[in-house]
Write a protein that binds this ligand. Structure first.
Ligand code: WQD
Length: 339
């Protein structure tokens, strides 16, 4: 099968490219490199041992997108193309809505024109809003999102649901990611945030290599085991493999299906800090800070549906996540080089 990874040069896209190729699929990448670097694609090529067609374009650009579909006979699209910084989305919401929704609409229109009918969408656990019950199950009603970023995921899900209702031939898989962390075990590809990291693990990794002096733990008075927030952290390579399974599923089924991609296990921020210290034999400097607006106290998946239907489950351990994150950060303290 030939898979177009829209936004495929980013953190999850690059890992998915490696796993897609390893499973014997042909990979094509389209990216505008607004939050990623061409070097990431070259490293994917080095890992898979083959050249990957990579198109430099904004996925919202229908004309350029059409040219790709005409040139490459795409079976499945995996749609990662979007802005993803939660805090930034509260400052420039219109850009988030424009970008994250335009990309989906352009993809859907061009796919329809070109007769491609399978799409995997990069959604998020954020669509559940404040959990009323845990673990989070796919058929729970979507909640109230805490940020414009979250709403773009929520709205994209609705757009895709409506498109599937109107066109029974369409096959769409919504993948709701929990908290992706870790890196490829080679240490050559990983997460490369621009500026100050927003997310916990990139921040921890930068403190570990001395790039930042101290981690702030946002809130230690939550009603959790140790007062810090609990999340379902999932290794990015496991997540990538979930896309391979979802694409195979989309080849065989029509309609819309939704899957959580998580481990089903929640760890607190303090547990993550301690695990990172233990696995990598180092000390992290940290301090407690006020709660971060918009954070829910606890969030973890019911991961049974993906196991039963896709035959996918997370295999990597917390140790793998800590070790692989540190390996990537130590080998690439400044992230990917420019150019
Ligand atoms: C995890 C925990 C923080 C940084 C977000 C998005 C989600 C997904 C992943 C984005 C929280 C705490 C964090 C720090 C801290 N998509 N923390 N100090 O908020 O669960 O999920 O990222 O691409 O849609 O919402 O992840 O890693 O930011 O935070 O104490 O410096 O770590 O308060 O409890 P989150 P996160």
């Amino acid at each position: 099968m030939k898979v177009l990874l829209a936004g495929g040069a980013g953190y999850i896209g690059t890992h998915t490219a490696v796993e897609m190729a390893a499973a014997g699929n042909e990979v094509v990448i389209a990216d505008n490199f607004s939050n990623s670097k061409p070097e990431a694609v070259r490293r994917v090529e080095a890992l898979v041992g083959e050249k990957i067609p990579c198109y430099y374009l904004d996925v919202a650009d229908k004309k350029l997108l059409t040219e790709i579909f005409e040139k490459e006979k795409i079976d499945v699209v995996v749609h990662f193309a979007g802005l993803k910084a939660v805090a930034e989305s509260t400052k420039i919401p219109v850009e988030y809505y424009r970008n994250n929704i335009d990309t989906t609409l352009s993809l859907l229109e061009v796919m329809q024109e070109q007769g491609c009918r399978r799409l995997i969408f990069s959604s998020s656990a954020t669509v559940y809003g404040e959990p009323k019950k845990l673990p989070l199950v796919e058929d729970m009603p979507p909640g109230v999102c805490a940020s414009p970023y979250g709403w773009t995921k929520w709205m994209n899900e609705q757009i895709l649901r409506d498109a599937c209702c109107a066109n029974p031939e369409l096959s769409v898989v919504l993948l709701r990611y929990f908290n992706p962390i870790g890196a490829h075990e080679s240490g050559t590809i990983g997460e490369d945030p621009q500026g100050i990291p927003n997310n916990l693990f990139p921040y921890i990794a930068q403190v570990a290599v001395g790039k930042r002096p101290c981690l702030s733990i946002f809130g230690n008075d939550y009603p959790t085991k140790d007062g810090t927030c609990v999340r379902d952290y999932i290794h990015v390579v496991d997540l990538a493999k979930g896309h391979v399974k979802a694409s195979a599923y989309a080849m065989e089924h029509e309609g819309l299906a939704t899957f959580n991609l998580g481990t089903g296990v929640g760890y607190s921020v303090l547990e993550m800090v301690k695990a990172f210290e233990r696995v990598n034999e180092l000390k992290l400097s940290y301090q407690f800070a006020p709660r971060r607006p918009g954070d829910v106290s606890e969030c973890y998946a019911d991961a049974k549906k993906a196991k039963e239907i896709l035959g996918w489950e997370a295999e990597k351990t917390l140790e793998d996540m800590c070790r692989d994150t540190y390996r990537w950060q130590s080998k690439n303290p400044q992230g990917y080089p420019e150019g």
